[in-house]
Write a protein that binds this ligand. Structure first.
Ligand SMILES: C[S@@+](CC[C@H](N)C(=O)[O-])C[C@H]1O[C@@H](n2cnc3c(N)ncnc32)[C@H](O)[C@@H]1O
Length: 384
């Protein structure tokens, strides 16, 4: 079958990295000595966590590759990238472009809602994402309260980069008083009235009690939750409880609340199987992939999580064809030669963006629904 042939030929999509030994995030993990079964389990868990943390380097390298070739404009990506650019395959660069452009569009629409009020964005597993810096530069007049959550190893690395980058520091300080920026003694948390980086294992939000305090989080500001390739790494039950804590405890009704997710789908076909195997070889387990394997299941998940105002989803192939105008697609096509159109489309059908919302109590006239009303969702006919 053609699809199996293509699947067998797809590259190990995430193995296209250069040497990462000089990246300096304490990535090495030596072989364990003799340990009790309990200790061994802990070691295994911490090794798994390290591998998940390292996926941020892949995201960052992919961003830099797409920026260096002109797919995307991002003045801040280079600050988070060490050494030479690890150039990705053309289909990966196009995927990075489509994903970033799609999320940017939805975020812009979110920022257009509730025009007289400040907005809050909470990015789950933000890693070294540059979106905060890009947003405050492109929307200088918006009152934005931004929170990024990630493991302490990743937040420490990001804060360290910020401390050593005049460009990043200048960008933060042009939106907040420099004296109000606080960095914790261990260097893992940064707080300010506008930009906050919290060291947090998201699984701590899945607990019933002792929910960690997130300094400067507003319980009432219209909020967007963003999970760009993050919740996929957690067990489905944890993600349900994490979303419950966010939607009910940290951001309870009637706070207007919305969520954008980007993650892989379609594990069942030959391409999906190869994608899973490639990642498993690196110790990466896409834990929610089977639970939310289709656009319909992603939409149902958003509804179940309380985003009852509306839910939409589209795969990246659809997004590239339908959201991006011909002129822009022509421009992207000129960034580099891509003749593997079938491979690109196959790859792009295995990633999706899903978005859902709940407006504040009192009806507010479906503010999010209106803002996102002209963003075309895709109907997969309810398949799982
Ligand atoms: C593939 S990276 C994506 C980074 C960023 N969102 C982007 O798209 O550029 C996944 C991120 O999720 C974070 N992450 C995964 N599980 C997490 C958890 N339990 N707690 C905190 N962060 C987590 C990882 O550390 C990593 O930074």
């Amino acid at each position: 079958m053609a699809e199996q042939r293509q699947a067998a030929q797809i590259p190990n999509l995430l193995s296209l990295r250069g040497s990462r030994t000089s990246r300096g995030r304490g990535r090495g993990h030596g072989s364990p000595n003799l340990r009790s079964p309990e200790e061994s389990r802990e070691v295994t868990e911490s090794v798994k966590d390290k591998i998940v943390q390292q996926t941020d380097q892949d995201a960052s390298d992919s961003r830099m590759s797409a920026v260096s070739l002109g797919y995307l404009e991002d003045d801040f990506a280079a600050a988070f990238s060490n050494g030479p650019v690890n150039r990705r395959y053309p289909i990966i660069n196009r995927g990075t472009y489509a994903r970033t452009t799609a999320i940017d569009r939805l975020v812009d629409k979110f920022l257009s809602t509730y025009p007289k009020e400040p907005k809050q964005i909470i990015s789950l597993g933000a890693g070294s994402d540059t979106r905060y810096f890009r947003l405050v530069t492109s929307h200088p007049d918006i009152q934005l309260l931004y929170h990024e959550l990630d493991f302490a190893d990743n937040t420490r690395s990001k804060i360290n980069t910020i401390k050593n980058s005049p460009l990043l520091l200048k960008t933060i300080s042009s939106h907040t008083d420099v004296d109000s920026i606080q960095i914790s003694a261990d260097g893992t948390t940064l707080t300010s009235p506008t930009y906050n980086i919290h060291a947090l294992d998201l699984r701590d939000l899945a607990k019933d009690e002792n929910i960690p305090n997130l300094p400067n989080l507003s319980k009432t500001t219209p909020t967007l939750l963003l999970s760009e390739c993050c919740l996929i790494y957690l067990p489905p039950s944890s993600t349900i409880f994490i979303l419950r804590t966010l939607t009910q405890t940290l951001l309870p009704q009637p706070t207007p609340l919305s969520l954008i997710l980007y993650e892989p789908i379609n594990p069942h076909d030959a391409f999906g199987q190869v994608m899973i195997q490639n990642l498993l070889q690196r110790g990466i387990h896409l834990q929610t992939l089977h639970a939310y394997s289709s656009l319909s299941l992603q939409k149902q998940r958003l509804k179940d999580a309380g985003f009852t105002g509306g839910q939409e989803a589209a795969d990246v192939d659809f997004i590239y064809e339908r959201w991006i105008g011909k002129g822009e697609r022509d421009r992207v096509g000129r960034c580099e030669f891509l003749d593997e159109i079938e491979e690109w489309r196959l790859l792009a059908r295995h990633y999706c963006v899903a978005w859902g919302w709940r407006d504040g109590v009192g009806g507010e006239g479906g503010v999010f629904g209106k803002a996102w009303g002209d963003v075309e969702g895709q109907d997969d006919g309810g398949g799982g």
